[in-house]
Design a protein around this ligand. Structure first.
Ligand SMILES: [Zn+2]
Length: 341
């Protein structure tokens, strides 16, 4: 359906997204936004030969070390994640610099061939790098409040916000170049990538939101009486009026994410983070420049550097000048026209 409606073919896209170029793109965006630079240290030995090690420099001094572990291997956990070997702090006068790692699981190309990413892979790279920047730019006193040690409904803001720079045509034109010819990605292909983001969003948004509302409802029960969980789910979906053909992502009886994954009453956070990142990125759109220095300074200070040292609502308002609104998220999902009619 996606191919028919949006004419998007990975084989057409991948030649423009070599891993090396996408890493350079992520670093370049961080340099243009935050004035930091990445210096590879091939002499520093990491835990596996595939891992690249970089010193990260601020305007005048070293601010941390970044490890990039991009390839799948048989002994490695699947998925993509950021973690830290050391977290930033400066308690008691001692400056502790962060050591941050980004893990991805891209399939490594044959020797001599470039590893080519799908657009989704490139997005994952930018997403995890956004978490990485949250650790590297952290500038607080206490380790407990540093880096990604923030509330769960705030932690995906720095990562999802950073994904937006990958969507910028200017960034794509600069970095998404054909690995053989060096030709910049054609405008028509950029337009296709942007249109494809709207695929199935009405359905996905309803399905996800229904799950989030059922999660909230079951955790809002105040009675300790046993509940028929299947009937509870049915009644709640009827109450919110979920169309019959949509269904939910996960039935309550096997919703592990809530009951052993630690997301009880927190399934909403992914979409909420999208409200924040879409509204947050609009600050750059309103300024007329995806790298506007004034907005970049504010997002660095109140979002990427502040950890949990400022109450997150106050931090967001300090960055944006107001509370977040939902319209930018709806617009990005292609739902705003539907809402308006
Ligand atoms: Zn994330």
């Amino acid at each position: 359906m996606r191919r028919v409606r949006f004419d998007l073919d990975d084989a057409e896209i991948k030649p423009y997204f070599p891993l090396e170029a996408m890493v350079a793109a992520a670093f370049d965006c961080a340099t243009r936004l935050f004035g930091i630079s990445f210096v590879e240290r091939r002499d520093l030995v990491a835990y596996h030969p595939d891992v690249r090690v970089y010193e990260v420099h601020g305007a005048s001094s070293l601010i941390g070390v970044f490890l990039h572990d991009n390839f799948a291997r048989p002994t490695k956990r699947s998925g993509a994640w950021m973690s830290e070997y050391r977290t930033q702090s400066r308690n008691g006068g001692a400056t502790v610099l962060p050591i941050v790692v980004n893990n991805n699981n891209f399939a490594k190309a044959a020797p001599g061939e470039p590893t080519l990413l799908s657009f989704d892979d490139a997005r994952t790279l930018f997403h995890e790098f956004g978490h990485g920047l949250h650790g590297l730019l952290s500038n607080v006193r206490y380790e407990r409040l540093a880096s990604t040690n923030v509330l769960r409904d705030f932690v995906e803001l720095p990562s999802q916000l950073f994904e937006h720079w990958l969507d910028e045509p200017e960034v794509l034109k600069r970095h998404a170049r054909h690995h053989r010819t060096g030709e910049a990605i054609p405008d028509a292909l950029i337009a296709k990538l942007q249109r494809a983001r709207h695929f199935n969003q009405g359905y996905e948004t309803l399905r996800y939101t229904a799950s989030a509302m059922v999660d909230m409802a079951i955790h809002a029960r105040t009675s300790s009486e046993p509940v028929d969980i299947v009937e509870f789910e049915r009644a709640e979906l009827a109450r919110i009026g979920l169309p019959h053909g949509v269904g939910v992502n996960h039935r309550l009886v096997h919703f592990q994410h809530l009951f052993s994954g630690g997301y009880a009453a927190g399934y909403y956070v992914y979409l909420w983070a999208e409200v924040l990142d879409a509204d947050g990125y609009d600050a750059f759109i309103e300024a007329g420049d995806p790298f506007d220095p004034v907005v970049a300074r504010r997002v660095a200070r109140f979002i990427y550097s502040a950890g949990n040292s400022i109450e997150p609502g106050a931090a967001y308002r300090a960055f944006r000048g107001r509370d977040a609104i939902a319209e930018p998220m709806l617009r990005e999902r292609g739902l705003l026209e539907t809402v308006a009619t």
